[in-house]
Write a protein that binds this ligand. Structure first.
Ligand SMILES: [Fe+2]
Ligand SMILES: [Fe+2]
Length: 232
């Protein structure tokens, strides 16, 4: 794929990293009141954030674009930081992290089996669902620490979606336009299915956060329209 303009993305990732370093962590405390439904929900997202970065880095390196590969490495570092923040949030609420959850195992297995292009499509499903999830958590959680952690993660996810979109647009470009439409429509359908599963799995937490299951799914689906348009 040759060299390309990933300089801007790298600069964004670097700026975010410097800002993180300067700002430091939220003030962790103990005895944060995490509602049991929220705790279970955050535990599941925490394993997901810990995901499968090594695999993605390997594929990005194999794509032969050094700039892209370093941007991906910084992306993976941000995801790992999300896992770390959520683990510390759980600890503040006196809750452990969980070793694994079926939803994460499904994602990891699927992504391993795919090439970079399809892996990014699968990853983008998780990213777009995460976007809506962290917004719900930021806006609906009872305690300030949860809202702060969710807000920080959300700010990163808001950069991740356009970053992957940019790469996918290039990756899908060689396909004939009707195939591209098929791919992005299939992506939207798969996203809707995943949003539905997440809404059911996290139903009690979402209700507690003030967003019904139906609304969660509808908003994820609606948000995917412009994203799919950007991909093609
Ligand atoms: Fe994340
Ligand atoms: Fe992300």
């Amino acid at each position: 794929m040759g060299t390309t303009a990933y300089g801007d993305w790298i600069r964004d990732f670097e700026a975010a990293r410097d800002e993180r370093a300067e700002r430091g962590d939220p003030e962790w405390r103990t005895g944060v009141p995490l509602h049991p439904a929220i705790r279970r929900s955050v535990q599941r997202f925490q394993v997901g954030e810990d995901g499968d970065g090594v695999e993605l880095i390997t594929k990005a390196e194999a794509a032969g674009d050094a700039e892209y590969a370093s941007a991906v490495r910084m992306f993976v570092a941000e995801e790992r930081n999300h896992a770390r923040l959520l683990a510390l949030l759980l600890a503040s609420g006196g809750a452990p992290v969980i070793a694994s959850h079926w939803s994460d195992r499904v994602f990891v297995t699927l992504r391993r089996a795919l090439g970079l292009r399809l892996e990014l499509l699968v990853l983008m499903i998780a990213e777009v669902v995460a976007l809506r999830y962290y917004r719900t958590l930021r806006d609906g959680a009872d305690d300030a620490l949860t809202r702060e952690v969710a807000g920080r993660i959300l700010a990163d996810e808001e950069r991740h979606v356009p970053f992957h979109c940019h790469r996918l647009r290039r990756a899908l470009h060689p396909l004939p336009p009707p195939v591209r439409v098929l791919v992005t429509s299939g992506w939207r359908a798969a996203l809707a299915g995943v949003a539905l599963v997440v809404a059911v799995d996290h139903g009690p937490a979402l209700r507690r956060l003030g967003v019904g299951r139906g609304r969660f799914v509808a908003e994820v689906v609606r948000s995917s329209g412009p994203i799919a348009a950007t991909m093609r």
